[in-house]
Design a protein around this ligand. Structure first.
Ligand SMILES: [Zn+2]
Length: 204
């Protein structure tokens, strides 16, 4: 592999430079640039599929909301620390998305990806493309506030809980089964749908 394409070298689980000396017997893992990390045992001939859920580090709140908008199960809290992220990733088989390479060096981390872009919409395109998530996307199926699932709810049940104008203009409403947030396909929906369409994603 050309050196320029090497992003991370781990020797026995520890980051190492290109000039590290090997004595023999070490476990050497080389991650190419732009590859997602997958530390499954090399001997596994038919590896388990990669996790389809995420835990997103504290610096990537806007990305977490965009992933939820696309229907991807994405845990995020502003006060997540590294230990909690690693615990959630291991305990719930979640893929870590981070801007902090350090967390990917924990030996307990099996699956992680260091997000290159700094702009949230570009981050979304990057993550969907690099992790090949296109077939998993279900836009507007998940609450952007809490990551809960959104279900249709009878219009009568939201009377008085949404602005009068929205209640008059819309027939179909949706409710988050986590936090109870009510959604409808108003101007915010249209803006987000246009944004997703620009990324080549179809919306309901
Ligand atoms: Zn919610």
């Amino acid at each position: 592999m050309p050196q320029a394409e090497i992003d991370l070298i781990l020797v026995d689980g520890c980051p190492a430079g290109l000039d590290c000396r090997l004595l023999g017997g070490e476990r050497l893992v080389v991650y190419p640039l732009f590859a997602a990390m997958d530390r499954q045992p090399l001997s596994r001939l038919r590896p388990r599929p990669l996790p389809k859920a995420f835990v997103v580090d504290a610096n990537l709140g806007a990305l977490a909301r965009l992933l939820r908008l696309c229907g991807l199960d994405s845990l995020y809290r502003r006060d997540f620390d590294d230990d909690e992220i690693v615990r959630l990733a291991r305990g719930q088989r979640r893929f870590i998305l981070t801007r902090d390479k350090g967390i990917l060096h924990y030996s307990a981390v099996d699956h992680g990806y260091w997000v290159r872009n700094t702009q949230p919409q570009r981050q979304l395109s990057e993550v969907i493309g690099r992790l090949r998530l296109q077939s998993l996307l279900h836009p507007f199926s998940r609450c952007i506030r809490c990551n809960g699932l959104i279900q249709p709810v009878a219009r009568d049940l939201v009377a008085g809980r949404v602005p009068a104008g929205a209640w008059r203009e819309h027939r179909h409403f949706f409710r988050c089964d986590g936090c109870g947030q009510i959604y409808w396909r108003g101007s915010h929906y249209r803006r987000m749908a246009a944004h997703l369409a620009a990324l080549g994603l179809q919306t309901p």
